[in-house]
Design a protein. Sequence first.
Length: 134
Amino acid sequence: MHLTPETGLISHPTPSDDGEYSGQKYETQSLMRKEIHVGALVYINDGIKNYGKCVVLSGQREYTTTTSTVTFQFVPYAAYQKAQAESLKKAKQMANEEKAKADLKAKNKRVKDKAARGTVKNKRTKRHKKGRKK
């Protein structure tokens, strides 16, 4: 979907970054369009600047008796991919750490089980030897 002043863009995008997207998060307002929802890809051109392909992060729909609008936050697709790549990298790192902990726990359990089996085997052997002596 292409969003321009001719297709319903009401206001010029204004920066509204919280630091997550390196100053590339914007907020704008347009006429109500069902295509504008969280996660939607929208091509935005306000006549002054072409933002290109963007991802809608959040939004709020407003209904009045005269008009219906949607105010939404977006970031350019490249900035979104970069931010997601960093969070994906962190998630993978945490998953690897959790896997390493689980593997260590399983290894320790196997060692304990092996030691317990050895103890049981030794007791059986002693009982067997004791029974033969009689």
